[in-house]
Design a protein around this ligand. Structure first.
Ligand code: IMP
Length: 443
């Protein structure tokens, strides 16, 4: 299945960017591994960049020439020539997309229908989904810590077949008919959860959505057909995941997960592309671990070391601004995401953040009820009880952010990378030492 057929090689900043026909990129941990930066780096090599799941709960920060772009919905390749696609497995808040496209236009990047396609079947996040997300979270005695973007409730409606699709949004008559049909169901649900059902008849947002539907009507596309046709013609497609393996709705740390499947196989299912077409699966791996929201994080540092990593790594959510929980590198969780995704290569990010820490701890196994485990237990409740078993590495001194090659790294950093690579068992291809495009080199 993974043919790894490298058919184009390009040099950029001493990086050999190998592009294959169909590459999937996913997060190996709990999201926020730096996928946006790596997709941005690889984007110049691809003809199509595609989002396959999630919504504006995601946040990618891309830094170009010192300027920061914070994107939630727009695929990360927006700053290159590639065409961008938003697949039908995503949930799309048209207000967020409009805001992002307006900001990009202010900076001189025009994203029109030639640049961006949105699948006709994409589920739309409606204002009542955001309302329901807030009501749901406050009613929960044990919180999930959602981003309150209405993601879960939009996916609930997709599965219940009560969603508004992109094709409905784009046609005023269809939208009004659909809302008429949905209003009794949604109003009852909102009321039963203690909310104000009048939101369902509020013409202010309905008119805004009609306008947004008109704006995005020309962007409507058939994403599966477009990708398959592009692959048939020998074009290159990059599928960009959001969140990370352990936030996957099926295989993640339920119930503390997002509402979509974030692993590589989900790209095929959500985009309508057969698994036989996949060439490479790249995992983005942070040199330590972070998590936003609730749920187990066995190596979490609740002390000054956690604060230090948070500050050094700028570990605050792109979407909600919440401080991210930080912890030591957790090998059992990474092993599981290697299994879930079938990675062929890894990009390791944020190595620079760990400078000056002695020793650096790597969790190589857990202990649970006196038993040593080198793979996470399948039950989330059991994972929450796991006690990490650490191996110490010496660490290094000095700022890594100006380093552009492996041989310029201090010995301690090389030791850390080599140890992680041999433990993870997947080749490390890129090493990133800062947020800028130029701060990446080949392993
Ligand atoms: P939801 O996706 O808003 O429903 O939130 C469910 C869980 O996923 C919460 O713990 C969020 O913090 C987490 N989450 C959602 N999107 C992201 C992301 O892009 N990065 C990291 N965590 C996320």
């Amino acid at each position: 299945m993974f043919m790894g057929n490298t058919n184009k090689i390009l040099l950029f900043n001493n990086l050999i960017l190998c592009s294959t026909m169909f590459t999937i990129i996913t997060g190996t941990q709990f999201g926020d591994e730096g996928k946006g930066k790596i997709v941005d780096l690889m984007a110049r090599e691809y003809d199509l960049i595609v989002r396959f799941q999630g919504g504006d709960n995601a946040g990618h920060t891309v830094v170009v020439n010192g300027k920061k772009y914070k994107l939630h919905l727009t695929p990360s390749g927006v700053l290159f020539d590639a065409r961008l696609l938003i697949g039908p497995g995503t949930v799309l808040n048209p207000q967020t997309l409009a805001r992002e496209l307006d900001t990009l236009a202010d900076d001189g990047t025009v994203v029109d229908e030639k640049k961006l396609g949105i699948d006709a079947k994409t589920s739309i996040i409606m204002p009542y989904h955001v309302e329901l997300d807030g009501l749901g979270e406050s009613a929960r005695s044990v919180k999930i810590g959602t981003t309150k973007r209405g993601i879960g409730y939009a996916y609930i409606d997709k599965v219940a077949r009560d969603e508004v699709q992109m094709a409905d949004l784009a046609d005023e008559e269809r939208l009004r008919r659909r809302l008429e049909e949905l209003t009794p169901i949604k109003a009852a649900q909102i009321q039963s959860m203690g909310g104000d059902p009048s939101i369902m008849e509020d013409e202010t947002w309905i008119r805004t959505y009609i306008e947004l539907g008109r704006r995005f009507a020309p962007f409507i596309a058939d994403v599966s057909h477009e990708i398959n046709t592009a692959l048939d013609k020998g074009k290159k497609v990059l599928a960009e995941g959001a969140q990370g393996a352990h936030l996957d709705v099926i295989h993640g740390t339920q119930k503390f997960v997002t509402s979509s499947s974030c692993i590589a196989g989900s790209a095929c299912a959500n985009l309508g592309v057969g698994p036989t077409r996949v060439d490479e699966v790249m995992g983005i791996l942070k040199a330590y671990i972070t998590r936003v929201g609730e749920g187990p994080l066995p190596t979490e540092l609740k002390d000054k070391m956690g604060d230090r990593i948070r500050e050094a790594g700028g570990e605050f959510g792109t979407t909600t601004g919440r401080p991210r929980r930080c912890g030591w590198f957790d090998l059992p969780l990474v092993k599981k995401s290697v299994a879930l995704n079938g990675y062929t290569q890894i990009a390791l990010t944020k190595l620079d953040v760990l400078s000056g820490i002695h020793p650096l701890k790597v969790c190589t196994a857990y202990e649970l009820d006196g038993v040593r485990l080198d793979y996470p237990p399948e039950s989330t409740a059991d994972l929450a009880r796991c006690v990490p078993v650490f191996e110490d590495l010496s660490g290094w001194e000095g700022d890594l952010t100006g380093i552009r090659s492996m041989d310029a790294l201090p010995d301690g950093a090389i030791e850390y990378l080599s140890r992680l690579e041999s433990l993870v068992g997947v080749p490390f291809k890129y090493i990133s030492v800062g947020p800028g495009r130029e701060q990446t080199f080949m392993k």
